[in-house]
Design a protein around this ligand. Structure first.
Ligand code: FAD
Length: 416
């Protein structure tokens, strides 16, 4: 069934009785051409593009819980393509372009909202760095504008411009950046992939691999073995755990990242704002809650919940930026497990085990990458060649030294 104005009208007039489940709850078959492990945004997008762009439809997405129960359903929904380095920026801009056509491509309202992402700067040195990043974005075909204090004041007059420690000098604005509803992205890709014949197998944990010599020829799961021509891992924070079953030790650490939502307010922040003097970013959901977050918890963990010191740290940063949120009540907070790579950039590559492919290392920025990640991983799985925008995301770059150190902080996963 296609979702359209007519289908809404028809169902509205017939007691909403005509809707079908958005996707089948498939049971695993004994064999597939491609098995994708992980039913987050990246795994589902990969399956969708394998089917839609490469005609490979004998595909299963194997998810240990329910789809979207990982980081895909826990993030703060920000999408943007404001990167500096040549290894990253063309990829994220490609993702941005895919976001712009996503709802048409999957026939699903993902609430893609290009409300603008503003990164604030607080010193001359930071302004220069942002100017350089903005130029790099424009070279890759993205949009960027460097605002001065008055430009920012016109957009967000309630910020603490004259803060004694962190005065706001301006910001780098990407108007095409914004937010998208994370669950809807998962559901949209799942429904569209399902309609092309992809099996979405939930409550099925991958516990090992089927092997023939060095090659990976399938997966062991809690619901029995499944053979596969190729296996793609897209398990985000569980990457190191799952890859370990194949004897691989990844250049990766898992850390917890928390997010927060406040009680609902009248419209107050119509874009996304990030603080440049501490780790804090904020937007407002369509329901009115302020959605914000900050740094990772800073120690290795696989727990999907965080600890109180980061709550205090995020609240302090928030107060330094916009003191008016001081009397706000927090409604909920939660955590997700991040796949922090050594240089803060992702991996879309083959592994040393023939037949096994890896999509990982998204740190806390992988939601915005969802469409391009799926597109490029599908391209790799289908053709065994890197997609033109993802050639730098190699697994062995930590050995060869070709790092993509976007923040310039070196091999420090907790700092990216
Ligand atoms: C609090 C928070 C805020 C964030 N904010 C942003 C943001 O604003 N913008 C942005 O770009 N990014 C953000 N991110 C990062 C982004 O959410 C992730 O980088 C991205 O979602 C990771 O890809 P994914 O969606 O495929 O991962 P996931 O949704 O985590 O998918 C991986 C799936 O693999 C499954 N799995 C694991 N092990 C197995 C197994 N053995 N067998 C079968 N299945 C398995 C898991 O259950 C999970 O569903 C945020 C993350 C968090 C936690």
């Amino acid at each position: 069934m296609r979702y359209s104005f007519l289908s809404i009208l028809k169902n509205g007039l017939s007691g909403q009785s005509g809707w079908k489940p958005a996707w089948r709850d498939a049971a695993p078959k004994p064999a597939y051409d491609v098995v994708i492990v992980g039913g987050g945004g990246h795994g589902l997008a990969t399956a969708f593009y394998l089917a839609s762009e490469h005609g490979i439809r004998n595909v299963a997405v194997i998810e240990k819980g329910y789809i979207g129960s990982g980081n895909a359903g826990r993030n703060t929904t920000i999408i943007r393509s404001n990167y500096l380095l040549p290894g990253n920026e063309p990829f994220y801009e490609w993702s941005m372009k895919l976001w712009e056509g996503l709802e048409q491509a999957v026939n699903y309202n993902a609430m893609v909202s290009q409300r603008g992402v503003l990164n604030l700067y607080h010193s001359d040195a930071q302004r220069d760095a942002f100017a350089r990043r903005g130029n790099s974005m424009r070279l890759a075909g993205a949009d960027s504008e460097l605002l001065d204090t008055e430009g920012v004041r016109a957009m967000y007059p309630f910020l603490d411009f004259d803060n004694a420690r962190f005065p706001i000098r301006g910001g780098l604005l990407q108007r095409r950046g914004g937010t998208a509803r994370h669950d809807a992205v998962v559901w949209g890709y799942a429904r569209a992939a399902d309609q092309l014949g992809v099996d979405i197998v939930q409550n099925c944990e991958v516990t090992g691999f089927l092997t023939e010599g060095d090659a990976i020829i399938g997966v062991e799961t809690s619901r029995g073995p499944i053979r596969a021509g190729k296996v793609g891992l897209a398990v985000a924070g569980s990457s190191s755990r799952v890859a370990k079953h194949a004897g691989l030790r990844l250049p990766m650490e898992s850390h917890v990242l928390q997010a927060f939502v406040s009680e609902g307010l009248k419209p107050m922040i119509d874009g996304v704002v990030t603080f440049g003097a501490g780790h804090f970013y904020i937007s407002q959901s369509d329901k009115g809650g302020l959605v914000f977050g900050g740094d990772i918890d800073g120690y290795n963990s696989y727990a999907q919940r965080g600890n109180l010191p980061v709550v205090e740290d995020v609240a302090e940063s928030g107060m330094a930026l916009m003191p008016r949120i001081g009397r706000l009540r927090l409604l909920r907070m939660w955590g997700g497990v991040m796949d922090m790579s050594m240089d803060g950039s992702p991996i879309i590559d083959r592994t040393p085990r023939p037949g096994l492919y890896l999509n990982s290392g998204w740190c806390y920025g992988g939601f915005k990458a969802t469409p391009a990640s799926g597109w490029c991983f599908a391209h790799l799985l289908a053709t065994d060649r890197d997609h033109a925008t993802a050639t730098a995301f190699k697994l062995d770059r930590f050995r060869t030294g070709h790092l993509i150190d976007e923040k310039g902080v070196g091999a420090q996963p907790n700092l990216h």
